[in-house]
Design a protein around this ligand. Sequence first.
Ligand SMILES: Nc1ncnc2c1ncn2[C@@H]1O[C@H](COP(=O)(O)OP(=O)(O)OP(=O)(O)O)[C@@H](O)[C@H]1O
Ligand SMILES: [Mg+2]
Length: 607
Amino acid sequence: MRQKTLRDATPTSGLASLAHLLPFARPYIGYFAVVFVLVVIYNAASVLQPYLVKIAIDRDISVAHLDLHGLIAVSLVYIGAVIASVAANYFQILLLQYVGQSIVRKIRIRLFSHIESQSMSFFDNNSLGRLVTNVSSDTETVSQFFTQFFLSMVRDGLSLVMIIAVMFELSPRIAAYCMVLLPIIFAISLLFRKRLRTAYQTTRTRLSNVVSFLAENLAGMRITQIFHQEDRQAERFRSLNEAHRSANVHEYQVSVQFNRALDLLGNVAVAGVVWVGGNAVIGHMILFGTLYAFITYIRQFFQPINSITQQWNTLQSSIVAADRIGRVLAVQPDVADPVQPLTPREVTGKIEFDQVSFAYKPGENVLNDISFAVAPGAFVGFVGATGAGKSSIMSLLTRFYDVSQGRVTVDDVDVREYRQEDLHRMIGLVQQDVHLFSGTVTDNIRMFRGEFSEQDVIRAAEAVGADEIIRRLPQGYETKLFAKGANLSMGERQLVSFARVVLLNPRVLILDEATASLDSQTEAWVQRGLQAVAKNRTTLVIAHRLSTIRHADQIIVLDRGRIIEQGDHETLVAKGGMYARLYEKSGIEAPATAAVDILTLSPVARG
Ligand SMILES: Nc1ncnc2c1ncn2[C@@H]1O[C@H](COP(=O)(O)OP(=O)(O)OP(=O)(O)O)[C@@H](O)[C@H]1O
Ligand SMILES: [Mg+2]
């Protein structure tokens, strides 16, 4: 079986990874066009303003000739330009924000459904924290590429071009002087670029150290407290934060140095323009208004340059985020539906494992040559030491993983030939580790599916003996559960998950240590319920308490990934092998089981 980690999924790099996300932006191409038009209006209106002042100074209020009508006209146009630039700016920001958030939403939904379609090996190999970051913040970062970066390139690029064009129109000679600035700006940017990038990346890394430390520690807070590690953990947290602070301050330092250098250059440029332009005014080569406009333009000139250079960080972080998103989207599930799936009709629940071997990691088999057959409606127990491979067998039956060799069949059809959805409808699984979602008890039993009524839910709970216990909860069936069901006891959680599976009404029922958290009285209760539920269903039960499976039609004993014994209780006890030894021990060590025994599923009771 191949390992699926995000690292070895098709790697994309640099701009290519951003290009992969372009399809998410494509539906908004019309919006981008409107933004572009607004940007042009904004820029034109902004660049026009100093030019209008120049006209007023040189034409309307020159000492030689005062033109009041001209001045009013210019003022009105000026006001118009101001209004146009403000309005264009306003709508362009709103529109771009709308587009950016729409893209985030699209990528998020796509990522989530992609992650949902992955098989278990994906979740074995990728940490939840990482996936959460991926869906929540990487998407947000990428959207900045489509908004901030795109905007800056268009707006600032255009603004530079326009300013340079107007400067040359006003006075080619002074404009040419100003162009000397370009290589100097370029050199300064180059000088700072590497330092800025390193500083930026260090800050990001250290911030993510802080975040992951926090996530892990909040999750493990109980253990921290029980082992009195609070001070030590606080010390580690302090040093991680210290590292982040110094990186952050350093990043700021570099970026402020860069901005101030540009600022300085800008002021020197103004001085230069005053000198060269002043001389030109004295020599009557240009009018005073032109000099005024030049000084304004040279100041405006540095704004877009500053903004563009800041986009370097946006670009860098967008590339990193896009790459991470791309890697997740590139992973194909190990377990895929067949091209021509077989639709099951009357499912009887016959199960067969035929010389099955399986490895989570290539070359490390956890199951070897497993063969057994289960008749429809039979009750089969699985016994074996911790790590023997019991749960792994069930994971193959539900196709959380695919076998390495051999085949697993349900009703004589290889599980790989069913659609996973159909397979999972046939098989109900209850595990010791129950996952509950935030919502009410009812929500959790019907798994948020509206097609089941409250009556259905109550009936299912009654069937497994959970009804009474649920009614004892503060708000009964309407009790709100905390995340993971933290406000229920382990046993209560298991009862809820029993009811959940019974509601599904599957042909095959798997109970993996499902009653391990119940006290013997509640277990007896649940067993009685299951007796009814298991009737006419194939039931596979993994249990450490042998009393639970004593009356099974068949007991399969596993040891280190192999079946070492198979048969019913009497046969296995008579054989005097591993099962007999386990049984002997359980008889001495667990006196409570005798009481439960009477109530456990017996072939007779199941009819
Ligand atoms: N997701 C996994 N990735 C890699 N190895 C795994 C994974 N799950 C289980 N294993 C390994 O496979 C072996 C069999 O595990 P399995 O969970 O099937 O045992 P089990 O018989 O159910 O044990 P237990 O009684 O403790 O539940 C163990 O050695 C375990 O370490
Ligand atoms: Mg197990």
